[in-house]
Design a protein around this ligand. Structure first.
Ligand SMILES: [Zn+2]
Length: 267
């Protein structure tokens, strides 16, 4: 217990110190519109435990909202549309294509606009913390068959599928259902790995719901698995993240998995 408390303390100090270093750096880079410097910020922030939804392991609050606000501004600033367009032109040249060909003339612009939109962090992140009280509810809330799209950071190819997200109801308060979908979308619209995406969604749900128990199950097809290498068409990759009682109570886990299976047999 003491060890856990010490680790938590260290974690908070570490995040506080990195915050003190990174915020002035980010402010300077934003003022100078220094895209290259900003591109160093996000990996550094991620190591320090930041995410677009605030600090990992932190509770919703002013500090957490500040971090997600700063993260959002930096992320938007660091997307360099012109650089993406140039990159696409270079890629097309590398493929031996004629950039002036009618079908390709506007392709760099189209691709850049797609990436800009896909990686855009919506403005209403703060609203994700809002819960509402209900009188009668079960032990947990489950949302299943939620579609998602993400981009594999190893191959820049899509992976996509369905998610099931469950959390134990805490103090008779629940998160709006659309908020769960939003959390998944925010975490998925980044360069990702499915394993990390699953963990990030679970950690964010813990933080947003203040719940002791969370379960996230993702099933996805990966185009990098299907179009290249072993060409495993239709293969489905399944990842799961368990927190709190879902990790320790086998009965609770079996129950939620049965509910998810029920959804599959219904369709
Ligand atoms: Zn891949």
């Amino acid at each position: 217990m003491l060890r856990e408390a010490n680790e938590l303390h260290f974690h908070e100090i570490f995040q506080g110190q990195t915050l003190a270093i990174l915020i002035p750096f980010a402010a300077f880079a934003v003022r100078k519109n220094a895209k290259r410097e900003l591109s160093f910020f996000l990996p550094a922030a991620r190591v320090a435990g930041w995410s677009p939804l605030g600090l990992k392991g932190g509770k919703p609050g002013a500090f957490s909202l500040l971090t997600c606000g700063v993260f959002k501004i930096i992320r938007l600033m660091s997307i360099n549309r012109q650089a993406i367009e140039e990159g696409v032109r270079l890629l097309l040249s590398g493929l031996g294509e004629d950039l002036q060909r009618e079908g390709l003339v506007e392709t760099p612009d189209r691709v850049a606009r797609f990436y800009e939109k896909f990686f855009h962090v919506p403005d209403n992140t703060e609203g994700l913390h809002k819960t509402f009280g209900i009188e009668h509810c079960g032990r947990y809330v489950l949302l299943r068959n939620v579609p998602f799209f993400s981009l594999c950071e190893h191959h820049l190819l899509p992976f996509f599928g369905k998610a099931a997200m469950a959390y134990e109801v805490h103090s008779n308060r629940v998160l709006g259902l659309s908020k769960c979908v939003r959390i998944l979308e925010l975490c998925a619209h980044q360069l990702q790995l499915q394993e990390r995406l699953t963990e990030e969604v679970a950690d964010t749900l813990v933080k947003m719901t203040s719940s002791e128990g969370v379960m996230v199950l993702l099933e996805a097809r990966h185009l990098c698995l299907e179009m290249r290498g072993v060409k495993a068409g239709g293969a489905c990759y399944v990842t799961r993240a368990l927190r709190g009682n879902f990790a320790t109570d086998d009965g609770l886990l079996s129950d939620v998995l049965a509910m998810i299976r029920l959804g599959k047999t219904e369709h």
